[in-house]
Ligand binder design. Structure first.
Ligand code: AMP
Ligand code: GLY
Length: 421
C-alpha cells in the first residue's frame, strides 16, 4: 500500500522509520518531510495546513492511508477534510482534537467526568483573573487556553509574577489568540510521565511510558521548550500507577469523549503527574509526543500500520500491542540559543555514522538538504536515540552517539535520564 505522513519533525521521522519497516507498505510519501525523512520517503513540498492540496495529492497518487503528525492540522480539522473526501486518515477529527486545542475544554471534561487533575478556574477577562489571584495561594499555574507550541504555561511563585503573567497572556497576547481565555490551575508536585495511547473511539491501548525534559538547561533550568530529550520506559511509572490510570484516567477519558459525541480516534497523549495524592492529568495532546515518539516507537514490536488501521476501523480490541523489554534514551541536539534566538544554516557532519548501526537512530527535526550538504534549519536539529538492555546502557550509548555529530553552535542537555541512574 501507499502511505503519506503529514509533518516534518523528529516525531514524523520516528513514525516514518516505523512505517518504512512495515511489510505492507511499498511506497511512502511525506509532506513536507525533512532531510532525514528523505532517506525513507518521497518528500513533497506541501505544508501541513494546506488541507485541500494534501487531499488532492493523495487522490492524484492513489495513496491508501494518511497519518497526521502535528497538532496544528489536527486541531484545524484536517481529518474532517480527508473524511469528507472519502480518504482514509489516522488522527482525531476536529471535535475530538479540541482535547489538546483548548485547555478550558479539557479541564471541564475532566471535572464533569471526575478524571483526576489539578483544580482550576477559567477566565475570559483579565480583570476577573487578577481579582481571583488576589485570593489565591502560590505557586500557581497560568495556562493560555489554545495552542502555544508548548510554551503557554507559566508557573508563578507570587502575586506579582502571576499578575504579570495574566497581562502577558491575556492583554499583551504573547501567545496570540491562544490567550483569549485563561486557565488558572493549582500547582502540583511529583514526577511527570507521558503515556501515549492508541484509541479507536471505544478501546484505548496505552503504549510503554516515557518521560520528557521540557526545560532548556540542565537541572530543569531555563525556558520551556518543545522537549530536550526523553527516556522510555519510566521506572517511576509502576504497575500500580498503570492499573490506577487505566481505570481512572485512560478509559474514562475515551468514554467521556464518546459520551460527548466526540469519539477520539488516534493517539491520545496523557501527560501525567505522579502526585502524593496519586496520578493526575497535567495535559492531553491529540497526537504522538515529540520527542516521546523517538523513544517509544523504536521499542514497538507491532506493525504500526496494523495498529493504526485497527484504530480507524474500530478494531483496536483485536490488537495485542507489544513493546520490547528494553529501554531507549533520546538526546536532542539543538541550536545554541533555542528556544529564543539562534542561528541556522550550519553544515552537519557525522550523520553517516548511524547508517550501519541497529541500536542507534538519528531523527531529523530541523534540517535541510543543500548543495553543501545537510544543514541545521531549526531550534531542535536532531534527536539522537539509542536502545539498550536497560536505561543505563541506553543512556550511555545515546550520549556516546551525540559525539558522532558535529555542527557549529551544537547544544544539548547533559542530564537527560540522569534521574534514573
Ligand atoms: P503543559 O503544556 O500543560 O504540559 O505544561 C508544561 C509544563 O508545565 C508541564 O510539563 C509541567 O512541568 C508544568 N505544569 C503544567 N501544569 C502544572 C501544574 N498544575 N502544576 C505543576 N506544574 C505544571
Ligand atoms: N514533548 C511534549 C509534546 O510533544 O507535547
Amino acid at each position: 500500500m501507499k502511505v503519506l505522513i503529514v509533518g516534518g519533525g523528529g516525531r514524523e521521522h520516528a513514525i516514518a522509520e516505523c512505517v518504512a519497516k512495515s511489510k505492507r507498505v511499498d511506497k511512502l510519501y511525506c509532506a513536507p518531510g525533512n532531510a532525514g525523512i528523505e532517506e525513507l520517503a518521497e518528500c513533497v513540498p506541501i505544508s501541513v495546513m494546506e488541507f485541500d492540496q494534501l487531499a488532492d495529492f493523495v487522490e492524484a497518487n492513489k495513496i491508501d492511508f494518511t497519518i497526521i503528525g502535528p497538532d496544528d492540522p489536527l486541531v484545524g480539522g484536517i481529518v474532517d477534510v480527508f473524511e469528507e473526501r472519502g480518504l482514509r486518515v489516522f488522527g482525531p477529527r476536529k471535535n475530538a482534537a479540541i482535547i489538546e486545542g483548548s485547555k478550558a475544554f479539557s479541564k471541564d471534561l475532566m471535572k464533569k467526568y471526575q478524571i483526576p487533575t489539578a483544580s482550576y478556574e477559567t477566565f475570559d477577562h483579565a480583570e476577573d483573573a487578577m481579582a481571583y489571584l488576589e485570593k489565591s495561594t502560590f505557586p500557581i499555574v497560568l495556562k493560555a487556553d489554545g495552542l502555544a507550541l508548548g510554551k503557554g504555561v507559566l508557573i508563578c511563585n507570587n502575586l506579582m509574577e502571576a499578575k504579570a503573567g495574566v497581562k502577558e497572556i491575556m492583554l499583551d497576547k504573547h501567545f496570540g489568540n491562544a490567550g483569549n481565555k485563561l486557565v488558572i490551575e493549582e500547582f502540583m508536585t511529583g514526577r511527570e510521565v507521558s503515556v501515549l495511547c492508541f484509541c479507536d473511539g471505544t478501546t484505548i491501548l496505552p503504549m510503554t511510558s516515557a518521560q520528557d525534559h521540557k526545560r532548556a538547561k540542565d537541572g530543569d533550568q531555563g525556558l520551556n521548550t518543545g522537549g530536550m530529550g526523553t527516556f522510555s520506559p519510566s521506572p517511576f511509572y509502576t504497575k500500580e500507577f498503570d492499573e490506577f490510570c487505566r481505570k481512572n484516567i485512560y478509559q474514562p477519558t475515551v468514554d467521556a469523549m464518546k459520551a460527548e459525541g466526540r469519539e477520539f480516534v488516534g493517539v491520545l497523549y496523557c501527560g501525567l503527574m505522579l502526585t502524593p495524592q496519586g496520578p493526575k492529568v497535567v495535559e492531553y495532546n491529540a497526537r504522538f509526543g515529540d520527542p516521546e515518539a523517538q523513544v517509544i516507537l523504536p521499542r514497538m514490536k507491532n506493525d504500526i500500520i496494523d495498529v493504526m488501521e485497527a484504530c480507524v476501523d474500530g478494531r483496536l480490541a483485536e490488537i495485542p500491542l507489544e513493546f520490547e523489554d528494553n529501554a531507549a534514551v533520546c538526546v536532542v541536539l539543538a541550536s545554541n540559543g533555542y528556544p529564543e534566538k539562534y542561528d541556522k544554516g550550519f553544515v552537519i557532519q557525522g550523520l553517516e555514522s548511524f547508517s550501519d548501526k541497529e541500536d542507534y537512530f538519528v531523527f531529523h527535526a530541523g534540517t535541510k538538504k543543500t548543495d553543501a550538504g545537510v544543514v541545521t534549519n531549526g531550534g531542535r536539529v536532531l534527536g539522537v536515540t539509542a536502545l539498550g538492555t536497560d536505561l543505563k546502557e541506553a543512556r550511555k550509548k545515546a550520549y556516546e552517539a551525540t559525539e558522532w555529530i558535529q555542527f557549529e553552535n551544537k547544544y544539548k542537555r547533559n542530564d537527560i535520564g540522569k534521574a534514573i541512574m
